[in-house]
Ligand binder design. Sequence first.
Ligand SMILES: Cc1cc2nc3c(=O)[nH]c(=O)nc-3n(C[C@H](O)[C@H](O)[C@H](O)COP(=O)(O)OP(=O)(O)OC[C@H]3O[C@@H](n4cnc5c(N)ncnc54)[C@H](O)[C@@H]3O)c2cc1C
Length: 285
Amino acid sequence: MKLLTFLAKRFVAGETAAEAVAAARRVNARGVGAIIDYLGEHQASPDAARAAVSEYLRLIEAIRESGVPASISLKASQMGLLVSPDVCLENLLTVAQHAGRFGIRVWIDMEGSDLTQKTIDVFERLRPRCENAGICLQAALVRTGSDLDKLMRQPLSVRLCKGAYKEPPSIAYTAKRAVDGSYRMLARKLLEAIPRGAYPAFATHDRALIHEILGAAREKGVDPKQFEFEMLYGIENNYLETLAAQGYQGQVYIPYGTDWFPYFMRRLRERKENVYFLVRNLLRM
Ligand SMILES: Cc1cc2nc3c(=O)[nH]c(=O)nc-3n(C[C@H](O)[C@H](O)[C@H](O)COP(=O)(O)OP(=O)(O)OC[C@H]3O[C@@H](n4cnc5c(N)ncnc54)[C@H](O)[C@@H]3O)c2cc1C
């Protein structure tokens, strides 16, 4: 377990909000922004969800006191979606409205497909009351094009990712080429929606896709400040500095906390080299 904790440190900034803010400060020094995520998901009791809310309120204070510009990210199931949508909404409102007082953006991560509709529903109830809230959508899901069309009827901050959850072929693209094709199509849709109030965050480390998005943005004459690129802590993200030097906005997503296991497993599953790295280290024990 100690070795696992050691290996997880590659992807997780530490156990406390102070360690996450320190990581955000290092990222800021490179000309790149930060999004801080307190790890946790699938809270089954109102008390556990409330504890996560309290930690987010402490995190917001830590961000504010540090003066380091950072957004925050959270999961609907961490805020009590499994308890009830009403409990989740109330908790989200507490965090998002407090963050909003200090100009801090709040991203809602997207979880497995069993929670997609419920997450979108709670976001739809949240956003008229919290302009600082944005939602993540996954290119791997076949439904995302239609979700985006519905959500974009009003101004929308949306993070587009490929999707980190294993989903069945009945509802998801499973081949990399198909997921990339979907991402490309959705990215174009988002760039076109900027004049109608869309603020896209392209969350990917895929250089080929980033170059295509940059090309499409230039072609459409989009201002570099009207969208951003996001990458994960612990995955090669130096390219954000290059982009920042060219006037584009970049953010690093920085997770912290003790509940790192599911997040760590998703990072391992994404890339087989990570599994070899883990096995090599376990064999050395
Ligand atoms: C800021 C941010 C927020 C995210 N939020 C969500 C969310 O809310 N819900 C969700 O389902 N997913 C989320 N994801 C994860 C995302 O869906 C993908 O699983 C992940 O980003 C890998 O996809 P990719 O777009 O980088 O492309 P890929 O084609 O998978 O990877 C491109 C390149 O990136 C590098 N890379 C990618 N993953 C790893 C890894 N684990 N370890 C080492 N190198 C790697 C490799 O060099 C790879 O060739 C988020 C990702 C980012 C960057």
